[in-house]
Write a protein that binds this ligand. Structure first.
Ligand code: SAM
Length: 281
């Protein structure tokens, strides 16, 4: 079954009375070159299994099934159950689980289904919760070797920006702490049904074995990072002081001890600057 073909998709949707949910970020891939490329670049192979989020009607899932040892796909929308039973009926190495990826116990799912195998994550993410999903995967240290995801182009630029540049934000610092990220390729809005209002890009994050900075209390480190970026137009001194409810003098002396200009903005700071602030604050 050609799941990138608009006629096939519309036929399936009619057969099962399915209509797209904007709320669930349902934009299905119709560009036939994207899924094979994602499947080949995500690192899936005969000894590596894949965790997928949001299979939709299974267009990427079927491609991953061909490339990988095994695929476990997590889908929130139970209306897709009969559709996926039909589209993936010949994919014997695929298991679809229904639930919210942010609420399911992913560590338990991985233990149950993958039995210590090498795993990569590959997904065309629902755009309304891209950052929460990525942060959830990274902060819970989900044991995958890499994360290859389609996201909005702007989000891709922010996620892959080097820390210390204008495009960086707290999510950039988080990604750099847990992984090294790079953009693989752009995908135009016309590659989806229905077409979203924005273009997309596929990025790949290779998870680091050890973080590049030494902070014992990771939650506090990220509280400081988020507070630093909370008012982007202000100096990091003002943002930290109001974001963490600390006296301005205490923040200024921590910045001084860290060798950071008192007029610096968060987007100008490197990962080791944040590490120094964490230790001096
Ligand atoms: N993989 C398909 C494709 O590329 O055509 C569909 C991708 S679509 C952008 C995102 C999918 O994520 C939808 O099928 C949607 O129902 C599902 N989804 C949305 N929120 C979810 C959540 N919290 N947990 C799991 N799946 C979710």
């Amino acid at each position: 079954m050609n799941l990138s073909n608009i006629g096939t998709i519309k036929g399936l949707l009619n057969k099962y009375g399915f209509s797209f949910s904007k709320k669930l970020g349902q934009n299905f891939l119709i560009n036939p070159s994207v899924c094979p490329r994602m499947a080949s670049e995500c690192g899936a192979d005969s000894s590596t299994s894949v965790l997928e989020i949001g299979p939709g009607i299974g267009v990427l899932t079927a491609e991953l099934s061909r490339a990988a040892k095994k695929v476990v796909a997590i889908e929130l929308d139970e209306r897709l159950k009969p559709v996926l039973s039909e589209t993936l009926k010949d994919c014997g190495n695929v298991t679809v689980l229904f639930g919210d990826v942010l609420k399911l116990d992913l560590l338990q799912i991985i233990t149950e289904h993958f039995n210590g195998e090498d795993i990569v994550l590959c997904a065309n993410l629902p755009y309304y919760i891209t950052s929460p999903i990525l942060m959830h995967l990274l902060e819970n240290r989900i044991p995958v070797k890499s994360i290859t995801v389609m996201v909005q182009k702007e989000a891709a630029d922010r996620l892959c920006a080097p820390v210390g540049t204008r495009q960086s934000g707290s999510v950039t610092v988080a990604v750099n702490y847990y992984a090294t990220a790079k953009k693989l390729f752009d995908v135009s809005r016309g590659s989806f049904l229905p077409a979203p209002n924005v273009d997309s890009a596929v990025i790949k994050m290779d998870l680091r074995a050890t973080p590049p900075v030494d902070v014992a209390d990771v939650a506090r480190f990220f509280k400081i990072v988020r507070a630093s970026f909370s008012q982007r137009r202000k100096t990091v001194a003002n943002s930290l002081s109001s974001g963490l409810s600390l006296p301005k003098e205490a923040v200024l002396s921590a910045l001084e001890a860290s060798g950071i200009q008192l007029t610096a903005r968060a987007e100008e700071l490197s990962l080791s600057d944040f590490e120094a602030i964490y230790h001096n604050l």
